[in-house]
Design a protein around this ligand. Structure first.
Ligand code: GLU
Length: 495
């Protein structure tokens, strides 16, 4: 048997360190067994998937040196490797399940589903919705069908009993069928859900070992059921521990930057990133902290993964990066620095903005240093403004951060439009509204256009600096977040 593994990210938002983590372990496992590692793009959520995000996944994994043997951009015999290009296939398989009675058509509306769930809860039953709960009286089902009302295809799952999932790291894990719902397989728009597409693709792509995040373990019975319904062997399952913030909560961008691009922009070396990810729940047999991907590959053993939630700690990563940097000789250091940001491409972005603002070259670093620096050295006093207080400005920064997080196309005009819209809705002059944004991004209100600056430093660094500024201004408590989020939504809705 040829070992085939895959990483299957969804191209929504920024390329996540968790994707790199899964890619690394799948790559190591495949290489160790002389097998293949595949990249599949799971873009069935069409409303959230973007081409830019897909490209960012390719770029960031390549930057890390986690190369794949087959994938949307390199091809392969088991393609296409993008789920949106396999749509017809899923419908066929869903039909097959309908035909042999493993699946059923469900005409329940979202409101009905909500009340069915509420009823279950009120009756004190700790279980998920099953086919019997969803069934409509025969004539009503026929009426909705005849009227062409929207419907989905769902999976029949056992009402009760235990399902055993064999996990490479945990051995047999028993899960309760009662908690598994009659999973939607094919949505109203004809697109498959994760469950159907994942099973069909893993099977057709000959995947032998599925190494995925622990968050999928609880729903693994539905995957297992699907393999059984199709009469296919389930690939060996392996659920990796979740990466955590230093406070042990699940790694989240509120507490830690999670985008690979952020770390790239901050000037971490890819080999240090891979080294650090390799230390997440895994260790070298001699426990040494610094090792290369080749070294990891040469001794890789998945059984050395320990399940205690590994903490992704930026300070430790920085320490490790320092170790790698110090090993570069001066020439190599310079070369890497140039590749990173001291290059023509970056210079050409910055020069048009500072040329008219300097009289000598010696002023350049002072005016443009923020384009390559990390977090600006700011304090609450840096935000001082004649008419507006820091609490108020902190709120604006939070609104802008949310808008910036939702922004698909990171361009100066779009950024300006977002800022202008918020300023207008808040009844604040745009110049005043942008004051704290200048401080957050450039460290001073006296800089060139802040939206151009945001375009230059990029989405990840801009968002990180906005977050940093909010923290410098005292941060936003959980309670406040709720209130502000409501207000932000109202502002967007024009209320
Ligand atoms: N698209 C899923 C994700 O992004 C894939 C999970 C899996 O590996 O099965 O998490």
């Amino acid at each position: 048997m040829t070992v085939r593994t895959r990483v299957a990210p969804s191209p929504t938002g920024d390329p996540h360190v968790g994707t790199a983590y899964m890619a690394l372990f799948n790559l190591c496992f495949a290489r160790q067994h002389g097998g293949q590692f595949i990249l599949r793009i799971e873009d069935t959520d069409q409303s959230r998937s973007t081409a830019a995000s897909e490209q960012a996944i390719f770029d960031s994994l390549r930057w890390l040196g986690l190369d794949w043997d087959e994938g949307p951009d390199v091809g392969g015999d088991a393609g296409p490797y993008r789920q949106s290009e396999r749509k017809a296939l899923y419908a066929e398989y869903a039909q097959q399940l309908l035909d042999n009675g493993h699946a059923f058509r469900c005409y329940r509306s979202p409101q009905e589903l909500e009340s069915l769930r509420a009823e279950l809860k009120a009756s004190g039953q700790q279980r998920a919705l099953k086919a019997a709960d969803l069934a409509l009286p025969e004539d009503e089902q026929a009426r909705r069908e005849a009227a062409g009302e929207p419907s989905v295809i769902r999976l029949h799952v056992p009402d009760d009993g235990r399902c055993v999932i064999n996990d490479m790291l945990r051995g047999d894990v028993e899960l309760d069928w009662a908690l598994q719902d009659a999973q939607v397989l094919l949505k109203g728009d004809g697109m498959p859900t994760y469950f159907l597409a994942n099973v069909v693709d893993d099977h057709l792509m000959g995947i032998t070992h599925v190494i995925r995040g622990e968050e999928w373990l609880n729903s693994a019975p539905k995957l297992k059921r699907l393999y059984e319904c199709f009469g296919w062997d389930m690939p060996q399952q392996c659920h990796m521990p979740l990466l955590r913030n230093p406070d042990k909560s699940k790694l989240s961008k509120r507490k830690n930057p999670t985008s690979i691009n952020f770390y790239r922009r901050m000037g971490y070396l890819p080999e240090a990133m891979v080294n650090y990810l390799g230390r997440m729940g895994w260790s070298m047999p001699d426990e040494r902290e610094k090792f290369s991907l080749e070294e990891m590959l040469s001794v890789f053993d998945i059984q050395r993964v320990s399940l205690g939630g590994p903490v992704f700690d930026v300070e430790k990563l920085s320490w490790l990066n320092g170790q790698w940097l110090r090993e570069l000789d001066d020439d190599a250091f310079l070369a890497r620095l140039q590749t990173w940001a001291f290059n023509r491409e970056m210079a050409m972005k910055v020069i048009p903005h500072i040329k008219s603002r300097v009289e000598t070259f010696s002023e350049v670093v002072d005016k443009a240093g923020f384009c390559v620096s990390g977090m600006p050295a700011i304090t609450e006093a840096s935000f001082d403004h004649a008419r507006h207080g820091t609490d108020e400005m902190k709120e604006w920064l939070q609104y802008l951060l949310w808008s910036a997080e939702a922004l698909r196309d990171w361009q100066r005009d779009n950024l300006f439009a977002e800022a202008k819209r918020l300023a207008d809705d808040l009844d604040v002059k745009i110049k005043d509204f942008l004051h704290p944004v200048f401080v957050a991004i450039a460290g001073t209100p006296a800089s060139f256009s802040v939206v151009d600056s945001m375009e230059i430093i990029g989405a990840d660094m801009s968002r990180a600096r906005l977050r940093h500024a909010i923290d410098v201004l005292g941060g936003v408590s959980k309670k406040q977040v709720k209130k502000l989020e409501k207000r932000w939504r109202e502002l967007l809705a024009g209320e």
